[in-house]
Design a protein. Structure first.
Length: 94
């Protein structure tokens, strides 16, 4: 069973609020049910005593931006590789 620190949970909750819990769970590679549990606990006030500094919030935003950029680059590379694979498969059939 994986354990998550409170900073990660708070960051995950913020991301879920911004983009939705399903997308956040996928982006963070955590089970949807885990994130849903954190959301319920947060709504009950279980996480109210945890302060998030502005620096932590900026760090999360920077990391999301970096990961989105990396994701775009990987999609571009995958498309190139897929096209190249199709090209070489076609040339071998001749």
């Amino acid at each position: 069973m994986r354990r998550y620190d409170m900073t990660f949970k708070i960051d995950a909750l913020k991301l879920a609020k911004e983009i939705g819990s399903t997308k956040a769970a996928k982006e963070l590679d955590i089970p949807q049910s885990t994130l849903d549990t954190w959301i319920v606990k947060n709504n009950r006030g279980d996480y109210d005593n945890v302060a998030v500094t502005p620096k932590q919030a900026l760090t999360l935003a920077d990391e999301v931006k970096k990961l989105q950029q990396e994701n775009r680059e990987l999609k571009r590379v995958n498309k190139i590789l897929k096209d190249a694979s199709a090209f070489f498969a076609q040339s071998q059939r001749k």
